[in-house]
Design a protein around this ligand. Sequence first.
Ligand code: R5P
Length: 301
Amino acid sequence: MKLFSGSSNRPLAERIAKELHVSLSSLEMFIFPDGERRIRIEENVVEEDTVIIQPTATPGDQNYMELFFIADGLRRSGARLLTAVIPYLGYQRQDHVFRDGEAVSLEVIVKTMEAVGIQKLISFDLHSIKIPEVFKIPVTHLSALPLFAKLIKEKKWDNTDTVLVSPDKGGIRRIKILSEMLGDLPYATIVKNRDLATGFVEAASIDGPIGKRMIMVDDMISSGSTMIKAAELLQSKGTEKVIAMATHPVFSSDAPNLLEDSQISKIYVTDTVYIPKEKYFSKLHMLSVAEMIATELKKGV
Ligand code: R5P
C-alpha cells in the first residue's frame, strides 16, 4: 500500500503514515504563478493499492482539484485500487436541493471523484448518514465520537453533573450514540433556527435537562455561531460550565476569536482539518483521528 498526501493536511498524513510504519510516497506538486497545480507521481505504483489523504476544507475548491489530479496521476500510472481518505468532505452540507434552483454541490463532487478513478472513500462524521448513498463506490463512514467518549471518561465527566447537548435537532442521532457510549448519560437538544439567506443563527430553546456541566457535540464548527449561541442559551438557563466538542474545525472567518471570547470554557476538535498556527487559541484542544484511519487502512484498502 502506498500513501500519498495532498497539501491540505500533511501533518495528519504523516501521523497516519507513522501509525502504519511507512513513509509517505513522493509526488511533485508544481504551483504555477497563477495558482494552477501540476501533479506528477514520482514512484512506481503499477498494480499497487494507493491511498490519497486530502481533507477538502478551505480552500475547498483547490483541495478538491489537487485530489482529482493526484487520483488521475495514480490511475494513469497503473495503480490498482485508489482509496481517498477525505476526513472532512467539503461541500457535504449541500447534499440536496433546499430551495428551488439550487445546485446539488455534493453530487457534482461525487461524480467527479468517481470519474477520476477513486474507488473507495474513507471519511468522518458526515453531515448526514444518507451521504454515503450518494456514492456508487464504497464509503467507510467513521466517527470521532469514540474519541470524545474516551476523553469524557478520562476527565471523569461521565457523572451526574453532566448533560450532553446537541446544538441543533440535526445532531440528535449523534448525541444519542454518545450518550449510549457513556452509559446513557442524559442529553438535551437545542432548537436552532438559521436564516438560509443571511446565515444568522438563533438558539431558540432547549429540550431536555440542564446540568451543571453541559457538553455540546457537533459535527463541525464553521463560523462558530451555532456553538456560541447555544452556549449563551445554556448559560442563561443557569448551567455552570459549557464545553464544546466537534469533529471538524473548519473555522471560517473570525471563528477562532469569537470562540475564544465566548462563554465556552474548552473546545475540543480533531485533526480532520488542518488548523494553521494563526487560528490557534488558548481554549482549543486537539485530538487525532490518525490511529482510527490507520486501523481502517490496515483492514485492507
Ligand atoms: C449544521 O447543521 C452543522 O451540524 C453545524 O452545526 C454547523 O455547520 C456549524 O456551523 P457554524 O459554526 O457556522 O454555526
